[in-house]
Design a protein around this ligand. Structure first.
Ligand SMILES: NC(=O)c1ccc[n+]([C@@H]2O[C@H](COP(=O)([O-])OP(=O)(O)OC[C@H]3O[C@@H](n4cnc5c(N)ncnc54)[C@H](OP(=O)(O)O)[C@@H]3O)[C@@H](O)[C@H]2O)c1
Length: 272
């Protein structure tokens, strides 16, 4: 995607996620500061965004819609009904609307904005805040190939991005959406294990965080199957295989799989 294709990106909501996206978009050179507009009710927050990212603050929803080709809905799901009502009429078939609100379906977005609107629903996750997120996006039937290229470029600027059909977004929510919670719990448990084995807590924390980061980096960069990489670190009769036996006896893999499945089911329930 180049700047001409992007034109102006309008953010509805200038919170944490919007800031991560603005940072990503600017560092990837997808849009210049003047090509980013924000509507945000909190004026200190507007000053902060203007000062740090030189973005334009739109006076109201009509000005934002009139000045943007891509609109990113980055408000909390609880207020989405009210926000859609504000934009109905000013959002047309010429806009691409991207929503990152958890649990708000494409049908609900279309019902609020109009059937002619091109909509992409995205499920990002919190590591997006440090430009290392994992996002999955699902388009409605009106979305064009060019829209998808633009949306993928935006979400690739805050990490990695895949395309799925909308029904799979519940599984994405249970996996990468809730995943940081599982990984934090694993990190905590590893640190406690280190403390139990006699290490001072700050040292255990430093070692565990780098181990998790480095292991993911190794898996990503080598492109090898995790089982192959695990095989390489388990020497016969060694320490790693001894530790792994305890994880297997405790049902570690089954517990992780069941956690993803339960979270997926909960996401489905919340969407009903
Ligand atoms: N954070 C995550 O990791 C994450 C992950 C996946 C999905 N999401 C989704 O991303 C969305 C945004 O999350 P967030 O963490 O960025 O929330 P946030 O920091 O609370 O940002 C939302 C912003 O929208 C503003 N706002 C409220 N009403 C508005 C209106 N009518 N027009 C324009 N702006 C308005 C809020 O201002 P006030 O504070 O003044 O009300 C706030 O600054 C949510 O729908 C969430 O489900 C977030």
């Amino acid at each position: 995607m180049n700047r001409e294709q992007t034109q102006t990106i309008g953010f509805i909501g200038g919170g944490q996620m919007a800031e991560a996206l603005i940072k990503g978009i600017q560092s990837a050179g997808l849009a210049s500061p003047e090509q980013i507009m924000v509507v945000e009710p909190d004026s200190p927050r507007c000053d902060y965004l203007r000062k740090n990212y030189a973005v334009r603050i739109a006076p109201d929803s009509t000005a934002l819609a009139a000045g943007s080709r891509i609109l990113i809905l980055a408000v909390k799901p609880q207020i989405m009904g009210k926000v859609l009502a504000q934009y109905r009429g000013s959002v047309t078939g010429n806009h691409l609307v991207i929503s990152i609100a958890a649990g708000i379906t494409i049908d609900a977005l279309s019902a609020g904005l109009g059937d002619e609107v091109r909509i992409i629903r995205v499920m990002p996750n919190t590591p997006a805040l440090v430009l290392a997120g994992a996002s999955a996006l699902a388009p409605n039937s009106r979305v064009t190939a060019e829209d998808l290229v633009a949306a993928k470029a935006i979400f690739s600027a805050i990490g990695t991005c895949v395309e799925v059909s909308e029904p799979l977004l519940d599984a994405v929510t249970g996996l990468s959406g809730s995943g940081p919670g599982y990984v934090f719990a694993f990190i905590e448990a590893m640190v406690d294990g280190g403390v139990l084995a006699g290490l001072p807590r700050p040292i255990a924390e430093q070692l565990v965080l780098q181990t998790v980061l480095g292991t993911a980096k190794l898996a990503l960069e080598s492109g090898e199957h995790p089982a192959v990489l695990r095989g390489r670190v388990t020497s016969p009769g060694g320490t790693t295989i001894t530790g792994l036996r305890v994880l297997e006896e405790s049902g570690f893999r089954g517990a992780v799989m069941a956690a993803v499945q339960a979270a997926t089911e909960r996401s489905r329930e919340l969407g009903r």
